[in-house]
Design a protein around this ligand. Structure first.
Ligand code: ADE
Ligand code: ZN
Length: 331
């Protein structure tokens, strides 16, 4: 079987996806037009040409600007349902994804507008496509602790909609420890704890995510391999890493996909997974990430099966559902 087809037919879960990062320029223009909001670009092509990033911050500036056209419940529904439609075409059966409430509430869009649109699309994804999903509230780390605490209080009436809390945005200068108190509150409410760390930031930030935030899963974590003790802990505790190959290439975390650490990490026994992060901006959804990394690192079909199986092991699904999907991999 050809590589592409092999990847297509593998059951897979996506565990690192920002819904705002699935905003394709065509939909951005359509929603902007119906809401009477002008984008600073004059065409879809011009938008795509702007997607050249030297680092994380250059991407984030464009990503937050794109999200400004989202105003109404239907906008959040359309964004989310478009993503699930693509995932259905890619053989994805489960998704655990982030949204950035502060990006919307800071513009005067209410928490409930955002949640209603997103969760209605999640319900429809289950009934139309059989795709299950879980929503993760992500805190913007470039904003203050006070803003994060206030956002968590605003989220309280909606906590039953969330499986977890995450930490994203500009990493350097914003260590995980800045948000210890917010994450403590979230943990007390039974939410799973996630954090982006070690994408651009040093291993010390990953240690903090582990020891101070007490994460259940690590987003990115590329730079963990610089610290042997850290690798050992991640292996011993089987803390899952959600790696994002095309994101890493586009944001220059790696200069070439052949330098990507995922194969080395697999060899070390780390629980690594493949994900797409912000696919509309980075040139590929989940299958394109599997294809690109398989080609660059010459991964075998067994490696790819292992990565897909890991996506279920690392998920927050019930144990019996994890086993059901993993067994499908080896028929
Ligand atoms: N927000 C969206 N994508 C992100 C990434 N790759 N790193 C940090 N924050 C993000
Ligand atoms: Zn991310």
């Amino acid at each position: 079987m050809e590589l592409k087809q092999f990847i297509q037919q593998l059951p897979k879960a996506e565990l690192h996806l920002h819904i705002e990062g699935t905003f394709e320029p065509e939909l951005m223009f359509a929603i902007g037009k119906r809401n009477g909001i002008e984008l600073k670009y004059s065409s879809v092509e011009e938008v795509r040409e702007a997607y050249q990033f030297a680092n994380l911050q250059e991407f984030l500036d464009i990503y937050y600007a794109g999200a400004q056209v989202l105003l109404y419940e239907q906008d959040f529904y359309d964004l989310t349902f478009a993503y699930f439609t693509r995932m259905h075409q890619q053989g994805v059966v489960h998704v655990e994804f982030f949204f950035d409430p502060q990006t919307h509430t800071d513009r005067g869009v209410s928490f409930s507008t955002v949640i209603k649109g997103i969760t209605r699309a999640m319900d429809d994804a289950r009934s139309h496509f059989g795709i299950s999903s879980g929503l993760i509230l992500s805190v913007l780390r470039h904003l203050s602790e006070e803003s994060a605490l206030q956002t968590f209080e605003e989220a309280r009436p909606f906590l039953s909609y969330f499986i977890g809390i995450g930490l994203d945005s500009s990493e350097m200068g914003h260590p995980p420890v800045k948000f210890s108190r917010v994450f403590e509150k979230a943990r007390a409410e039974g939410l799973k704890i996630l954090a982006h760390a070690g994408e651009e930031g040093p291993p010390a930030y990953i240690w903090q995510a582990l020891n101070e935030l007490k994460i259940d899963r690590l987003d990115h974590g590329n730079r963990s391999i610089e610290d042997d003790d850290l690798v050992q802990v991640l292996v011993e505790r089987q803390i899952a890493l959600t790696l994002c190959p095309l994101s890493n290439l586009k944001l220059q975390v790696v200069k070439d996909l052949r330098d990507h650490p995922i194969k080395y990490m697999l060899g070390k026994g780390m629980l690594v997974t493949v994900n797409s992060d912000d696919p509309a901006y980075f040139g590929g959804y989940l299958n394109e990430n599997y294809e690109a990394i398989a080609e660059a690192l010459n991964l075998s079909k067994d490696d790819l099966r292992k990565l897909a199986a890991n996506s279920f092991t690392a998920s927050f699904l019930h144990e019996d559902e994890k086993q059901r999907y993993i067994q499908m991999m080896y028929v």
